[in-house]
Design a protein. Structure first.
Length: 309
């Protein structure tokens, strides 16, 4: 038998490769159980409940007598309502803490500082994100680093420098408020300008608009949500600022609300007027709390947009 006539051994058919069964995908509306999600949700709800409890205590204690504050901390106020003087603590705090002048000073100082901060930061953010400036990336990082520098570490040099030029007063405090708020505002506004399509600038350029005209007429109106978010967050932060006001404000006629409350704390504690002291805290806290609740949705939308871009 020749070699060519030898039949080749028959090949066995290859076994089909069995793929592991796919795990069924969860329905779009269903949520998979996650221990980490449960722990995170529990922490968030506990934190929220704690803040609501503190707010409830603050509101009720501001209408109570000192005895009720310590003996019935979580009960509803009774004594002042019984004698027909429910706002006695607020009247005492307003008259003895000098809140009348402090409200005017705080509104003017914080209002001007927030507006100037946004006016300066918006063109800066636009130039860093839309004009193709050389070194825009590193400069943006430098601005972002400025948010991480705590002003408490430079407060003594700032006081020494400003006192030498006679700005250790409300004018110097205004400059500090603007300077310390610019890094965060620029970082926030860059997210809004990056989210705008390039076609808007191209269309404006075809119509013969200059970069400045494009910024004011086209781009800036579209970032109105970002500007409102920046104004609100800066106003809340500056309204509650205390340390710089303590260091730079010496004239009681120009105290801010937080500075006046700090001075009122010593007098109220000495006279055991804890109801008036808590009412003073409520006067300082409640305006910004109401502002945040009114603009909460817009603030959250602005922050998520800025962070996502």
């Amino acid at each position: 038998m020749s070699v060519t006539e030898v039949e080749a051994p028959a090949r066995r058919p290859a076994k089909p490769v069995r793929k592991p069964p796919r795990k069924p995908r969860p329905a779009p509306g269903s949520k998979r159980f996650s221990p980490l999600r449960v722990v995170g949700s529990t922490i968030v709800w506990l934190f929220t409940a704690g803040n609501i409890l503190v707010l409830y205590w603050l509101l009720t204690a501001s209408f109570k007598t000192p005895v009720e504050i310590f003996t019935k901390p979580f009960d509803l106020p009774y004594q002042w309502f019984k004698v027909g003087k429910p706002f006695r603590n607020f009247i005492y705090a307003w008259n003895n803490a000098g809140f009348g002048d402090a409200v005017l000073t705080t509104v003017v100082l914080v209002g001007l500082a927030t507006v100037v901060t946004v006016v300066v930061s918006a063109p800066c953010a636009y130039a860093l994100t839309r004009l193709g400036v050389r070194g825009a990336g590193p400069m943006t990082n430098v601005v972002a680093i400025g948010m991480g520098v705590p002003f408490q570490t430079v407060i003594i040099p700032l006081f020494v420098v400003l006192s030498k030029v006679h700005l250790d007063n409300e004018y110097g405090l205004f400059l500090l408020y603007v300077a310390l708020s610019i890094p965060f505002t620029v970082f926030l506004m860059t997210g809004f300008f990056r989210s705008l399509p390039d076609e808007l600038e191209e269309a404006a350029a075809l119509d013969g608009a200059s970069p400045m005209r494009t910024f004011f007429s086209v781009m800036l109106p579209l970032t109105r949500g970002g500007m409102i978010t920046a104004l609100t967050l800066n106003a809340i932060g500056l309204w509650n600022e205390t340390l710089l006001a303590i260091v730079f404000l010496k004239d009681q006629a120009h105290f801010t609300l937080s500075r006046a409350l700090f001075t009122f704390y010593g007098a109220a504690s000495y006279q055991s007027e804890y109801g008036g002291l808590i009412a003073g805290v409520a006067i300082v806290v409640l305006p910004m709390l109401v502002l945040y609740l009114v603009l909460a949705r817009r603030i959250i939308t602005g922050l998520t947009l800025g962070a996502g871009k």
